[in-house]
Structure formats: structure tokens, C-alpha cells
Design a protein around this ligand. Sequence first.
Ligand code: RP5
Length: 312
Amino acid sequence: MSSSSASSSLSPIITTATKALSPILDTFTAVLAKYPPLTKTHTNYGVGVRTAYPASPARDALKKGETPEPYSPVYHVADVVISSAWAPGKPPAQSWADPECNDIEAEVAAQVAAGRKRVMPYGLSLTDLSFNRVNGFPVNPMGLTGITGRGELGLWGPNPAADPIIFRMINTMLCVLLIQRADGTKQWAFPGGMVDPTDPTISATAVRELKEETGFSVEDLSQYSLDPVYNGYVDDARNTDNSWMETNAYAWFLTDDVPSNKIKLSEGGDGEETLAAKWVPVTPDLLEDGRLFASHAAILRGAVGKLIQLAA
Ligand code: RP5
């Protein structure tokens, strides 16, 4: 279904929503205009770093906007990544990572030939990536990070994720369902997660993560769909020169007949991956960079922009 057919069935809801927004529409538009549509380089060197990534003078220099000369990144791979390397017969929960290897294309291709399901975003294959000619590792398309290796990410190259963006009106306010991450950053984020090779589709990943992280599930979300709002790089502090996050963000706009109290975590709750889940009013302030995890504020700006466009 094209976005125009989705929007025609949704237009009464969207019109109601944007009518409620109209007093602050100018402020929204000003925030949206302030930012370029996508982040063009890797910029998230530290905000929300939750882990023991090793100290890296190159990372510190990049963070200050300097060009480190010579460039001496620090190699890092988390223990959990090494112990979660795929092997035949290993339970999927402990078998989600690539191996440490020298010839990534050949070794990962051999695992796939041996029956491993390994996901890449947008139907890309390993051979579509650029590889560093010196060490053979995939090259982060958004630039340097000061860290080589995979850090905390399991896959060499893009690590695909899916993010659900669920909008609804509560008391004439446009709200979005957000979670507070339990990963040490404690930042607010979309209730998204990594694509699991057993997920039938990437939008199914978004729906699965939504349920796991918030308890929220609706039998059939398709009638509320605004279609995908973003596919691409996420400016995530875990990214390295050789491994990075790429997400597929889908937006849904719920009507009032869907109860808003179906989320299981309220502020102060204790989920394994989620400290809290709640409906958060979409204010211009929420759309500013730095307010949400990774580049979720930029993705939310795209979704709100789409909403405004559909209602026009
Ligand atoms: C972000 O990390 C993605 O946008 C997604 O929200 C999230 C997936 O990582 P985990 O939540 O599984 O750590 O880059």
C-alpha cells in the first residue's frame, strides 16, 4: 500500500491531530527547519556511552571536532560479543555475533553457507560494503569514531534494528510511546531493538520489540500504519569504524478506540531492558538533538514532518 492510500484512510485522524497541534505548529516547523534531514557524519562519540569502551585519544579528538593526526584508533571488542559468536547448534540467544576474523567476506560467507541466518539491512549483501584496503574490515560510511573492531555490536558492518514510533492523541496532545533504556544511559528512546534472524520481516521486529519492551500489543496494527518513516544509519555511541547501527523506523498513529493504558511499565518500573515506558507529549523541545537516545530525536522529527505533510 502506498503512503497516499494509507494517508487517505487516516486523514481524519491526522487532521484532528494536527488541528490540536496548530497552536504550536510554527514552533514545530522552526525546529524541523533547523536541522538537516539526516546526520551526514558520525557525531555521537560519547553522549550516552554506557560501557567500558576503552579510552581513545582519537575518539576524544574527534569529539572536539579535531582531526587526529596520525589517526590511531583503539581496537575493541566486548567479551560478550566474542562469547556470542555463531557456531552450528548453539542456542540463538548465544549465537548472534560474527567471529573475530581476518577475511570477513570469506569467513562470514562460509558460516552462511553452513546454515547461519545472518541479516543485512535493505537486502544488502556483504559484498555491497566498502572494505578497508589495509585491514580488510568494513568501513563505517559516516566516518571515523576513534574505535576499530566491533565494540559491543555483534556484526561486522551494518547491525540492523527496527524502531516502532507509536503516536496517539491524549487529551488533545500528540504523544509518542517511549521507553527509558536500562543500559546505563538511562536515555529515553523508541522501544526498538536488533533484528533477529528468525523475525519474518523487519516490521515484525518492530512489533515484537514494542510488545517485549512496553507490553503494548494491538492485534492488527496495519490499519494505523503511516508506513516506514526512516531507513538508515543511527548515530549510536556504540558505533565503531567497522560496525554500526542501521534502523528501519515505522510509524503508527492509533485512534482513540485503542486503549492507551495497555503498557505494562510506568515510570519507576523495572524491565530487563526497559526501566519505564510511557506516553510522552511531543513538544518542540523533545525534537531537539540530545533529548533522546542516539539519533532518535532526528528520526522523530522525520515522523512528525511526515504527519504534518500528510495532514496538509
Ligand atoms: C538504536 O539502538 C536503534 O535505533 C534501536 O533503537 C536500538 C537497538 O539496540 P538495542 O536496543 O537492542 O540495544 O541504534
